[in-house]
Design a protein around this ligand. Structure first.
Ligand code: PRX
Length: 648
């Protein structure tokens, strides 16, 4: 495995520069404070970082494990914490977002303006009947209204469910129905790759017929033609007309804040539930300390779309809770030219930049001449998230983007953890390319063997979280049994949270992530489940059986490779690969479209009928096929591999 080679042979070390270390927000005593009394540490951080209308007296209640209550008897309003209090503290003129649309249109939104917009939107949503606990689906491009919508929902104590704009109507409908959302906020369309990408027709299809949705609120962005139904209202009609006075009510710390769907090991996405006080505490703390945020001077840019957890925590809630200035960009990195991101860094003097290894690797392929055309000297901290970053990409990122001087923080976390869990702190840690390194202060992580026994230095095993943490998920929406089963049953005796990732300690005891150990793939830092894509494939009339694997890919980390058996009446289906790959994109979304699809006569199965994906993965990654002795029919593999080898 390349990641083990990296771990064994990577001995480059990057200690923090003395000036950086001296001025850093996080100082070494943070680790000591957290270690001496973890709960007191989080209580102090929460009081320091947030405004509580009613102070909490209890830090953690774990009596109903695995559902935690953090700061349970306190009350706060998440939107007030992200907005009003900064304005009241005299920072109303500070820029919250430098937003840039793909075609080059730009908007500057100050904290005062954002607060006023959110108050109006909250009044408008309340007038449409949205109140505490109601679910609102948000299906928008990466535009300021997405942030306004999220915060307006939060301000009312309602629950948002943001669905990434690349998901299909079917995926959107499943999420709307699962959460029983009564309102959808969308746009006519948004800009992607030089064109308007329509969103409204997808929503129309997702709410047609029987649906819990009463209203669809439509932001005008793409200016594309849209069909109008009697559920539809223009955002600019109802929000612009609403009053900009709105008093934020304080809600309990455990009031749900959002649901975000993510792929698991079965076909049905899981609605990960997050709540208010603990979530906001940990995202604010990590945003401040992991990125060394100085809110008066830094310009922070997290490139993730708000539709993903990284967008929720580090494009919206963390930066706003900390009163930071962020850049937000609507479009793709290479439109209209391949230096677009670097141009934005130069234009807005971005000082902290947070992106995914897949993006770094694709820029690496294009070469250093493109970023060299731009002034990137404003950068002082770089971050990475979503998948393991290989040392070559890490060093390229530091040398070419960071001018050979910026620390890089590789941050490990998940939709479920809500906030960063494992990461270097840039003023403290001596950095190692390719390693996520150490748990964040106040977070308890271990690597254990299959029985839950901790492994030693230089050994590998499974990553677990051994103590509850403030931003932890509070469940799977509508399926608490699945919550307990998925995350807490494997190490029930020890009470550990099982993350689904393999990891190793190196000889210094630093953590290296080794990838998923379950049937979850990681494509461009996005989670996809093999079962979900298989179920989309067998949903096509031509497909009898399907098996999907994640194969190593130079740029995207992993890529989806599918093997299907056609029904006999479709045996002659022309261009089956193109048709079925397109079918997956329609059923789930373009991110799930297989890179390759092979029509085969048989799939490798054990005698009990279980598909042996490991063998298919060997083929897709060009390796010799492993042990086939447990197969019901051992000739199957040579037939498939001959076919694979013959493919273009
Ligand atoms: O496998 C790990 C990988 O991404 C998974 C979580 O995916 P998701 O919930 O979509 O959240 C992605 C952004 C937080 C993890 O189980 N992963 C995430 N960050 C890293 C990582 N793998 C290695 N190194 C990372 N820094």
């Amino acid at each position: 495995m390349t990641s083990i080679d990296n771990l064994l042979h990577e001995d480059r070390r990057f200690p923090p520069g003395p000036e950086f270390a001296a001025a850093a927000i996080a100082q070494p005593r943070l680790y000591e404070e957290a270690a001496s009394d973890r709960l007191a540490f989080w209580a102090d951080q929460s009081r320091r970082l947030l405004h509580w209308n009613e102070p909490f007296t209890e830090v953690l209640d774990w009596s109903a494990a695995p559902v935690a209550k953090w700061f349970g008897d306190g009350k706060l309003n998440v939107a007030y914490n992200c907005l009003d209090r900064h304005v009241l503290a005299g920072h109303g003129d500070r820029v919250a977002y430098h937003w840039e649309g793909e075609p080059g249109d730009a908007r500057t939104v100050t904290y005062a303006e954002l607060t006023s917009e959110v108050k109006k939107a909250a009044n408008a949503l309340a007038a449409l009947g949205v109140g505490q606990g109601d679910r609102v689906a948000i299906y928008l491009p990466n535009i300021p209204e997405a942030v306004v919508a999220m915060l307006a929902v939060a301000r009312l104590g309602a629950i948002h469910s943001v669905v990434f704009g690349g998901f299909s109507a079917e995926s959107l409908r499943a999420r709307i129905d699962d959460a029983q959302a009564r309102l959808v906020i969308t746009a006519d369309g948004g800009w992607r790759k030089g064109k308007v990408f329509p969103l409204k027709p997808t929503v129309d299809a997702a709410v047609a017929g029987e649906s819990p949705v009463e209203h669809v609120l439509v932001v005008r962005r793409g200016e594309n033609e849209v069909e109008w139904t009697d559920k539809d209202l223009w955002w600019h009609d109802v929000v612009d007309a609403a009053s900009n006075e709105h008093e934020a009510e304080a809600f309990e710390a455990e009031n749900p804040l959002f649901i975000l769907y993510t792929s698991g090991t079965t076909g049905k996405p899981k609605g990960i539930l997050h709540t208010s006080g603990g979530y906001l505490t940990q995202v604010a703390f990590t945003h401040e300390n992991v990125f060394d945020l100085h809110p008066e001077t830094d310009v922070f840019w997290c490139t993730a779309d708000v539709g993903w957890i990284t967008g929720h925590s580090y494009a919206v809630y963390g930066p706003l809770a900390n009163g930071a200035t962020s850049v937000m960009y609507e479009g793709t990195p290479d439109t209209p030219h391949p230096g677009r991101w670097w141009e934005l860094i130069e234009k807005y003097k971005v000082s902290i930049f947070y992106t995914a290894p897949t993006a770094i690797r694709s820029f690496m392929k294009l070469g250093g001449a493109i970023p060299a055309k731009f002034d990137l000297t404003s950068l002082r901290v770089l971050g990475s998230v979503g998948e393991p970053i290989n040392p070559e990409a890490w060093v390229w990122y530091r040398d070419i983007i960071g001018g050979g001087k910026t620390p890089i923080v590789d941050t490990w976390w998940q939709t479920e953890t809500g906030a960063i869990m494992v990461s270097a702190l840039p003023g403290i840690t001596t950095l190692k390319p390719g390693s996520a390194q150490v748990p964040v202060p106040g977070i308890s992580i271990a690597i254990v063997d299959d029985d839950g026994t901790p492994v030693g230095k230089d050994e590998g095993g499974l990553l677990v979280i051994t103590e509850p943490w403030p931003a932890m998920l509070r469940g799977i929406w509508g399926d608490m049994d699945r919550y307990a089963e998925t995350y807490w049953s494997k190490f029930a005796d020890q009470g550990y949270y099982f993350a689904g990732d393999g990891a190793r300690y190196d000889r210094d005891g630093d953590i290296w992530l080794m990838g998923r150990v379950d049937d979850v793939m990681n494509v461009s830092g996005h989670r996809l489940s093999t079962a979900e894509i298989e179920s989309a494939l067998v949903g096509h009339a031509a497909v009898a059986e399907a098996a999907v694997v994640g194969a190593h890919d130079e740029t995207t980390g992993q890529a989806v490779v599918a093997f299907v058996i056609l029904r006999s009446e479709y045996a002659e289906l022309e261009d089956a690969s193109t048709e079925l790959r397109a079918h997956v994109a329609t059923a789930i979304g373009a991110i799930a479209r297989p890179r390759e699809l092979y029509v085969v006569a048989e799939l490798p199965k054990t005698r009990s009928g279980k598909i042996m994906r490991r063998l298919l993965q060997d083929i897709a990654e060009g390796r010799d096929i492993g042990d086939t002795t447990t197969l019901a029919d051992t000739s199957v593999m040579s037939i498939i591999s001959d076919k694979y080898a013959a493919s273009p």
